[in-house]
Write a protein that binds this ligand. Structure first.
Ligand code: ZN
Ligand code: ZN
Ligand code: ZN
Length: 232
């Protein structure tokens, strides 16, 4: 199975600060008469040829930050970005609900967070569709979405555990971990393959400082065990 190609972000769209780190879409750099938004790539207020940004907004359904010029969420595609579009009621479309709407929905128009588990489209609840989109976001989204991470470099580890209670970690060829979510997922799939796994299971984990500390702790204990094995 061939891995999906991983889109590297061009520097002009990179996050200006850690708070600005986000999933988005790579756009072409143009020299506009005014500025260009580093979120959506469209022109925006600002000095000629500058890189600037439309106001930041969060998808009300999946929480992904993006600029408020998005007509629909880049990631989940059904959540409202920042607010309910102008001219629509801001209340959930389910009878007697009245809670703030977060996403558009078939038949009832709009739904609140609570009713995402009730509204369905093509036989699946909106809740499960949104959860799936957020999971796929780490892998670049659906093929046509071509999502890119604009923020500090992300690396991944594979956490594994055995039916007999043993645990372990895999970070690939680099101690710094797997470069892409896809590479880590392929490693995890190999550990999970029932024909060869011999009782092991595995999952991809984002390599945060906390996870790094856990891995170092595990490596330390593994080194201790082999030292004991040499002595006995
Ligand atoms: Zn924008
Ligand atoms: Zn969303
Ligand atoms: Zn509702």
């Amino acid at each position: 199975m061939r891995g999906r190609s991983y889109l590297r972000p061009e520097p002009w769209q990179l996050a200006g600060s850690p708070a600005d780190a986000r999933w988005g879409v790579q756009a072409t750099r143009y020299l506009y008469m005014n500025g260009q938004c580093r979120y959506c790539g469209e022109h925006a207020q600002g000095p000629a040829s500058s890189v600037t940004a439309h106001p930041l907004a969060l998808c009300l359904a999946c929480g992904t930050p993006q600029c408020d010029k998005q007509r629909g969420c880049l990631v989940c595609m059904i959540g409202f970005v920042g607010r309910v579009p102008y001219g629509q009621s801001t209340a959930c479309g389910y009878a007697r609900c009245g809670k703030p709407a977060v996403a558009r929905a078939p038949r009832v128009g709009r739904v609140c967070t609570h009713h995402l588990i009730q509204a369905t489209s093509r036989g699946r609840t909106l809740r499960s569709q949104i959860d799936n989109s957020v999971r796929l976001r780490e892998l670049g989204g659906l093929d046509w979405q071509k999502l890119t991470w604009f923020g500090p470099e992300r690396r991944y580890a594979v956490r594994r555990w055995h039916d007999d209670g043993r645990t372990g970690w895999t970070t690939g060829q680099h101690r710094a971990g797997f470069e892409t979510a896809g590479a880590a997922d392929r490693e995890a799939a190999a550990w999970n393959d029932p024909r060869t796994s011999d009782g092991w299971h595995a999952e991809r984990v984002l390599l945060t400082d906390e996870v790094r500390a856990q891995i170092e702790d595990w490596e330390g204990r593994a080194a201790g065990r082999s030292a004991v094995a040499r002595l006995t």
